[in-house]
Ligand binder design. Sequence first.
Ligand code: XMP
Length: 329
Amino acid sequence: DWTPGNVIAEQVALIREQVGDARVICGLSGGVDSSVAAALVQQAVGDQLTCVFVDHGLLRAGEVEQVERDFVAATGVKLVVMDEKQRFLAALAGHSDPETKRKIIGREFIRAFEQAARDIVGESREHDSDDTEVKFLVQGTLYPDVVESGGGEGTANIKSHHNVGGLPDDLQFSLVEPLRALFKDEVRAVGRELGVPEVIVARQPFPGPGLGIRIVGEVTAERLEILRAADAIAREELTKAGLDDEIWQCPVVLLADVRSVGVQGDGRTYGHPIVLRPVSSEDAMTADWTRLPYDVLATISTRITNEVKDVNRVVLDVTSKPPGTIEWE
Ligand code: XMP
């Protein structure tokens, strides 16, 4: 019988068996998957767990604050926030191939987790408590991530999800992935049963590599600023229009290497297009493009072209999955 309670009982037992009395860290992104994975591991091994939030600079506006406010307040987990913006930007400089970018981001995440693990052990030595090594890394990998990263039998590698295909070969942690067999709606049910707050459980998906895979082309600080501003406007208007429950997610994508001619006031502009990619889906394995109301699209378009520098065109992606994937990279 599939019930969230059964899944929790089974996973708690498995996690305890796998981890023993070792220390565990969990990469928390603020999203549904890593939050539910963390809550599950906390249930199993309590304060052997430390959550690590890596601020890679590829986040949307307001995300770090949301993790601290909502998740930590609700669960009381130990949280370490690492500012790794410069490290990620430096590592991504000069790269525009999607798989290369994903692999770099996956690798840098792991490097940050390794640093966090050393810090945690160092700190506990100073306080003369036990100095158990950090041996395990929790990840909120779901079944569709496994399949699409080529982890399932007879499947092709469509893209390397940062928490599956994007890991470096010399990984020093054993992975704890209690959600590996679950789909998103099941993860949400488990999260609710564990008392994870609704604002997190109901959140739309956001990929671990963040805005890094929504800039088609090289990732730079300036481009991130443009995309972050456009994304904030789209999210604000979709929420205002009451459409959050209707859409699965709406990636906002910057075509950084494309420019087109426009006119604003008396002047010619030569700016970048922003793509809106609203999709409806059950499990992200397939998706349809969401028929958003024209007036909402019009408001988003007007605001983005007026308020975001260097953007002079907004286009709508009307491709289902397949053949398109949800994210552009
Ligand atoms: P695609 O683009 O493969 O996306 O159709 C399917 C779902 O997965 C999310 N996604 C990711 N999530 N790490 C994640 O945690 C990743 O590397 C990743 N890539 C895509 C995407 O937002 C969509 O919900």
